[in-house]
Design a protein around this ligand. Structure first.
Ligand SMILES: Nc1nc2c(ncn2[C@@H]2O[C@H](COP(=O)(O)OP(=O)(O)OP(=O)(O)O)[C@@H](O)[C@H]2O)c(=O)[nH]1
Ligand SMILES: [Mg+2]
Length: 237
């Protein structure tokens, strides 16, 4: 297995080294040909420096620092541009997304183009207040109805895909903004009839640091994204 793991970070210094260490031990156990690409947007808490110091002698860890741009989706795109392996896995860096599922998701891409870690298939879920759980479920239903998405969790952001699907996409028109990039990505790969499997994931609470998600701002952004897709105002391929 040949895999690039992209970790976008903003102020995650308190947990990032633990996460990378766990990923490394999984990757070594599974005998992956792998790289861990950190994309940090000049975090004031020095996330990039913390990682660079800890893994200075590890050729599998590539800590990238962006100083000219900030934002989750363009950070992921930056990581994609540096990825050299056949499969690309993206995950949050605060332990919302459990690294122990990486081998399951990775093996699925032997048979399917994309595997998504999903909160809204049987066995999935999230450690969050009831209003957030219910709100997120209803919002996903809204996305599915309006744009015909066949995926249950359109805001997951924990996924792996075969890199060879990228040349078929206009990735600059997909990977921008915040979690909305994932709605566009799923829509585009569905249109291209790529094969996708969702596996259940239980999101744990973040282990340290603070949330970067401004709930109301993001709901507005996601709704704008869904409407843009419906009205076909952007080109994804
Ligand atoms: N590079 C980069 N990463 C970001 C940026 N904003 C968020 N992230 C990362 O994106 C991931 C998701 O952000 P979170 O703050 O965990 O958002 P969330 O999961 O909705 O919120 P929590 O429930 O608090 O975890 C984390 O790994 C962040 O460090 C950004 O502007 N640039
Ligand atoms: Mg998180």
């Amino acid at each position: 297995m040949n895999i690039s793991i992209i970790l976008p970070t903003y102020n995650e210094a308190s947990t990032i080294n633990k996460l990378i260490s766990e990923i490394i031990s999984i990757a070594e156990k599974e005998k992956y040909d792998y790289e861990v690409i950190l994309v940090d947007d000049n975090s004031p808490d020095k996330t990039h420096e913390v990682v660079s110091n800890e893994f200075a002698n590890n050729p599998h860890v590539l800590p990238l620092l962006r100083t000219n741009e900030k934002g989750l989706a363009t950070a992921i795109l930056h990581g994609i541009h540096h990825a050299s392996k056949d499969r690309i896995l993206i995950m949050d860096t605060d332990f919302n997304h459990p690294p122990k599922l990486i081998p399951v998701m990775a093996i699925i891409t032997d048979y399917y183009d994309i595997c998504v870690g999903s909160r809204y298939v049987i066995g999935g879920g999230m450690n969050a207040p009831r209003w957030r759980n219910t709100g997120s479920k209803i919002y996903n239903l809204f996305i599915r109805i309006i744009i015909g998405s066949q995926t249950h969790d359109n805001l997951s952001g924990f996924f792996i895909f075969k890199k060879d699907i990228l040349p078929q996409l206009k990735i600059e028109n997909i990977f921008y903004g915040y979690g909305d990039y994932f709605i566009r990505f799923l829509y585009a790969v569905q249109k291209l009839k790529k094969s996708l499997v969702e596996i259940p994931v239980y999101y744990h609470a973040r282990e340290g640091g603070v949330s970067k998600t401004n709930f109301y701002k993001e709901i507005f952004r996601y709704t704008k994204t869904v409407l843009k897709i419906k009205l076909r105002t952007e080109k994804y391929f």
